[in-house]
Design a protein around this ligand. Sequence first.
Ligand SMILES: Nc1ncnc2c1ncn2[C@@H]1O[C@H](COP(=O)(O)OP(=O)(O)OP(=O)(O)O)[C@@H](O)[C@H]1O
Ligand SMILES: [Zn+2]
Length: 569
Amino acid sequence: MARILITSALPYINGIKHLGNLAGSMLPADVYARFQRARGHETLYICATDEHGTPAELAAAAADQDVATYCEEQHVLQHDVGRAFGLSWDHFGRSSSPQNHRLTQHFAEVLEAQGLIEERVDQMVYSIDDRRFLPDRYIEGTCPHCGFEKARGDQCDNCGNLLDPTDLKDPYSVISGSRNLEVRDTKHLYLLQTKMAERIRAWVDSHPDWPTLAKSIAYKHLDEGLIDRGITRDLAWGVPVTKDGLPRPGMEEKVFYVWFDAPIEYIAATQEWAEAGEGRDWRSWWRTDAGADDVRYVQFMGKDNVAFHTVSFPATILGSEEPWKSVDMLKAFNWLNWYGGKFSTSNKRGVFMDAALDILPPDLWRWYLTSNSPEGSDTAFTWEQFASAVNRDLADVLGNFVNRILKFNESKFDGLVPDGGQIGPLEEKLYADVAARLADLSEQMDAIEIRKSAQALRALWVVGNEYLQEAAPWTAIKTDRDRAAVIVRTALNLAALYARISAPFIPFAAEKIGEAFAQPWPPAWPTSDVAAELSTVPAGQAVRAPEVLFKKIDEDMIAEWAARFGGAE
Ligand SMILES: Nc1ncnc2c1ncn2[C@@H]1O[C@H](COP(=O)(O)OP(=O)(O)OP(=O)(O)O)[C@@H](O)[C@H]1O
Ligand SMILES: [Zn+2]
């Protein structure tokens, strides 16, 4: 039995996530976690809300709430909607937890002792009317690159260039609108990534098996040259900057930058998990001196997060010279796009997780988002493709097969798995087909090829329909009851197998099918002994058809949703 640690990029706290966030991090991580658990591996899937930084503060202000209350409420909303989507986190933590405060402060002190953090004097914009510094998004102005008038202190949303607050022309305070600003000197901590460049490159080199997307982004940043990064900010909400466990003199009003503390939360959230249950040991997952040597650590994220996970977080982990576990496999995703542009939380563009569940059950979204995963390239969401994934794959192939055989069994064999007869050449061929395709599915799942896994699964569903078509139990029943019994028994077992192998993708429908066949749940992944795997539902067992598994999507529904969500060419 292997031990597998899985994390997905921390969803930011400013509102419910959209389908792009789900497709690019949490959902594939969940599919992989469910698969590894089914194979009997000890699996820990950790995620958390990312709660610090100026967007959280601004969103709280817009909601007329203090930021702590805002984050607490939003965390619960994200947790609940994630669970409703079937996300099987072992723990969904909070980057504002006491555990993360302690661990972030610990890393900063250790890195400083290693000579990798130093104090520098920075020039920052100070608002005289607001009596505070204006970091990141607290300041807006005209972009020096493209002239966009509402560029933010950290980035221009129009041209995408990263900015410093002092780059902006004609800047103003987002808090008060005041233009009564001046540039003042102030001390900040810098993480000396330049000193770590060789070390990080060697570490990236040691992972030739990472997918191209992850490697190419990592090398792009390494080739462009790492820069030392300011890791503190003039904010009140965040992890306070300490020295020897006390507020750091001269930095009493400062906190660590969100991008320094967020990935540390992967570890801290595991500590939260450990503290929430007896006998749980976080060290055996994260400390190579306490058993984490045999852990395989897999991270999931969208492409904009890759640099932070291949450069910044490794700088923290490796630079500490402490025996921390670092990532083994980094699975990155391209964008799922929304009608010609990006999904956007701040502009409320696209379909969000809560609204998605308002209109349809989670499995339909899960299937579309995995079978059309933005894996090899950016992928455009369209209602037509979504409807096609639901109608053609789930309803016509899987749903139809399960329904057809169960209904037939009810009408001809009183809903009891029929006995009698011997398998023949058609069944032999079926076993061989299933064995080959099952091997392919397991291999693709192991390789975290999400689209190919979904294709392999669908191919297995197709095999069942082809078998029924060819074996034609409705003809056999007229002349040869035993032959019909073999076909029905085989097909029923195939449906039960589908429940087990579909569970990582569509856990809710899979469980319904599993219940119809009284399968143990959560299911174990099938072995390569297909004859045995297709005999788990014995003759004489009562099976009953579940209610309709997948309702089809029609054009009226698409028209209504396109109007409601604004998706149209
Ligand atoms: N359209 C998208 N397609 C795929 N992955 C995405 C998309 N948008 C964001 N992600 C990924 O979702 C994860 C969570 O992101 P986060 O909550 O920080 O939102 P974000 O990147 O700020 O995006 P947005 O502002 O659009 O919500 C990250 O790994 C990010 O890379
Ligand atoms: Zn610009």
